[in-house]
Design a protein around this ligand. Sequence first.
Ligand code: UDP
Length: 425
Amino acid sequence: MLINEKSRLALISVSGDPAAEIGKEEAGGQNVYVRQVGLALAKQGWHVDMFTRRIDPDQANIVQHEPNCRTIRLTAGPAKFINRDQVFGYLPEFVQQFQAFQEQEGYQYPLVHTNYWLSSWVGMELKKLQPLKQVHTYHSLGAVKYRAVSNLPAIASTRLAVEKACLETADRIIATSPQEEEHMRNLVSSKGMIEIIPCGTDIERMGSIARKEAREQLGIPPEAKVVLYVGRFDPRKGIETLVRAIAQSRWNGNTNVRLIIAGGFRPGQSDGMECDRIKAIVKELGLEAMTFFPGRLTDAELPSYYAAANVCVVPSHYEPFGLVAIEAMACGTPVIASKVGGLQFTVIPEVTGLLVPPQDEAAFAQGIDRILSNPAWADQLGEIGQQRVEIAMSWESVARRLNSVYSKLMSQVAVKSVQKPQVAA
Ligand code: UDP
């Protein structure tokens, strides 16, 4: 089949492999976003290739997700996991490998959608080498992140400069919430073209199970009160605040209450160390009997956990968007979240859940008390949250809006085919 060159799209996510297992250190919202956006765009007729950096010599070069959607792993630097802050030096090799891939395939992508600042640099370099439109999603802004950090990493000034250059030169920047756009304007640059398109979730899968059924599946009694956290083990996620809030709440010691803290952890790695720290606090506060750590939840398990919960707590210190909040909402579960970043856009206080100041244990405790003590009100919050997500935050609707951005940009592009190299006989 002859593919219209204008329907080729490269999603670049150097540091977040869309084919990776989600929920462990460094594999979170960005990986989900790239993969789901890629799949949804493929359904809408795009030929989507998602490029990432190989982090294991045994990984497949290419993972075919759907006939017109695949993950392509390029070798840039050592084939092992490297902290994001150490990856910048390998980006020129990533650019070379990307070009070599194009040459081998016999075409050039007319449009790249880059993700996170590392990939934005790749996109800007490629733009110097070929006709190209660049769309960019930040996922996290150094200018915001570094405000809360006392010891700046060595890469900080490079990251800030790259983020500014990208905002000013990309053909379109996607902000996932009005709060993110405001941060870009106030902290990065007044130049550049920004469009707000939220993140999404799989509303059919998430809403596929009712609380009663989910609890039967998980062995949770109908009368139990379940407080749920889902996410990576990272101090920035504020799990400690949640644990201390439970200890302060009037539910402490109530044998009917369960605190479920779900997320992957690997012994000896930073997520494993954070998990150990949280377990030590749980022990110190005497919450061991009511606290459960089921580990990483797979895509198939997530809906049951969200549906089984009476409330999902997102206690992050900062959150550019926060997929977990909308996933819980899609399952009809109310959310108590920190009043930060994109959570202020997704959670409508007193309507779909509650927003409280970050790291404020007493405020989280009070919020948990309110929701657990008023089941009818909690159900109402959950229902409205579900409607909110269904209307504006399915991956299909996100992809439709991206599709319209891409199509506008593509109408300005001339497409060039590259001669496929002859293979020697
Ligand atoms: N996640 C998962 N399994 C887990 C924990 C998390 O699949 O055990 C997923 C979660 O469902 C969500 C993503 O990881 O889609 C986390 O994204 P979010 O934006 O909330 O946070 P980030 O990890 O990007 O900081």
